[in-house]
Design a binder for this molecule. Structure first.
Ligand code: PLP
Length: 408
């Protein structure tokens, strides 16, 4: 039997445009006409397959992109949203009601953390943050009203890997939903195969890969997706984080090269991580044997796509990290910018940017040090050249000793 390969699933989809175009035609409309009033009524009631009512609910292009992403994540259905946060908040608002409780990994994207910590409690939905590798503490945190265990497959920014199989066993035992943000590891990890109930992505990152739009998606059962789009009660329908059709058309086109891009991001990141480590730098990358979750990641991933494009480097202090990032940008080695998955390398100091929502003491307890730089390694053609230039920058700012002898 052929084993599941997410890239094959995407490739096997065939769409034609309205006039036989090789890309599906974009429906540039927010509303749709009906030949009969009865069909309009039936569509409202959700009983008129193939009919469109209003683009906040559904549009042809959004359905195409959603279908491709559902194939990629091996779920029955999916729904694209205007941002990753639009997907995360819609899913959590759909699953949790006032009085419910969530268990979340403490190392997650700062925006998700802020939503759970600062925003949800006013709806009387509270979250316990845990070390996602400590199963005993997770089980001890479960309450009768716990509805969700939430985590990222590979966490932002610490690159800790969640043991999805083990977490899904716990969830099944207590009838809890496992919701996984797979933004850092598209194609390489398929959370649904490991037991996740709902898989989320910020499309803004690797999946779109052009840093020209924000977008999101959640993937799950057809029933769950329908519930979120219900005109009377659906969180996504009523909160309204709708992706624009033009944007979903461009993301669908970029999705087709994701498998090639992921291999190159991973190859380049592995290349740099190995060399930085040999230079005695404090580097963290799941592909390195020294990474605490290396074996776990290997057991969960499709090795073809590698260990991903993200690595972190501890420059020691914020000042040194800033000096290095500014110099690397001057030397055209990448951009001092948040986000990830672009063709150019992007770097930012997590503590003062994407994780700044997390209070300082909590960041320290998690291991997000002040000098921690998160690198999203680009698609550089000649990564040895990049490495040599980065090494020179590191020597100049005093992170790398001039006398360091390297085997490379
Ligand atoms: N999930 C992860 C892991 C992220 O890194 C981000 C953004 O950085 C998000 C979700 C939020 O996505 P968006 O910015 O598209 O709303």
């Amino acid at each position: 039997m052929e084993t599941f390969n997410a890239a094959n699933e995407i490739q096997d989809l065939q769409y034609f445009g309205e006039f036989g175009g090789v890309n599906p035609s974009i429906s540039d409309s927010s509303t749709y006409t009906f030949l009969s009033a009865k069909t309009m009524f039936d569509t409202f009631e959700g009983n008129a397959d193939g009919c469109y009512l209003y683009s906040r609910h559904s549009s042809p292009m959004n359905l195409y992109l959603s279908q491709a992403l559902a194939k990629m994540e091996n779920t029955e259905a999916a729904n694209v949203t205007a941002s990753g946060m639009g997907a995360i908040t819609s899913v959590l608002m759909e699953v949790c009601k006032a009085g419910d409780h969530i268990i979340s990994s403490r190392t997650i994207y700062g925006g998700t953390y802020a939503f759970l910590k600062n925003f949800f409690p006013s709806f009387n939905i509270n979250t316990t943050f845990v070390d996602i590798s400590n199963f005993e503490s997770i089980e001890n945190s479960i309450q009768p009203n716990t509805k969700v265990i939430y985590c990222e497959t590979v966490s932002n920014p610490l690159l800790e890997v969640a043991d999805l199989k083990k977490l899904s066993e716990i969830c099944k035992k207590y009838n809890i939903k496992l919701i996984v943000d797979n933004t850092f590891s598209p194609l390489s990890v398929s959370p649904q195969l490991l037991g996740a109930d709902i898989v989320i992505h910020s499309l803004t990152k690797f999946i779109n890969g052009s840093s020209d739009t924000v977008g999101g998606v959640y993937c799950g059962t057809q029933e769950f997706i329908n519930d979120t789009k219900n005109v009377n009660t659906g969180a996504c329908m009523l909160l309204g984080p709708t992706m624009d059709s033009m944007r979903s058309a461009s993301i669908l086109k970029n999705l087709r090269t994701l498998h090639i891009r992921m291999k190159q991001h991973s190859y380049n990141a592995m290349y740099l991580a190995e060399r930085f480590e040999n230079n005695g730098l404090k580097v963290s990358y799941p592909g390195l044997k020294s990474h605490k979750d290396h074996e776990l990641m290997k057991s969960m991933m499709n090795e073809e796509y590698g260990f991903g494009g993200l690595l972190t480097l501890d420059a020691g202090t914020t000042e040194k990290a800033n000096d290095l990032m500014e110099l690397m940008q001057q030397e055209n080695l990448g951009y001092l910018a948040v986000s990830l998955g672009f063709y150019k390398t992007l770097f930012s100091c997590s503590g003062s940017s994407t994780s700044s929502e997390i209070p300082e003491e909590e960041r320290a307890a998690m291991g997000i040090s002040d000098g921690l730089i998160r690198f999203s390694i680009g698609l550089d053609h000649d990564i040895e050249r990049t490495y040599q230039k980065m090494k020179e920058c590191m020597k100049k700012v005093g992170i790398l000793n001039h006398e360091t002898i390297s085997i490379y």
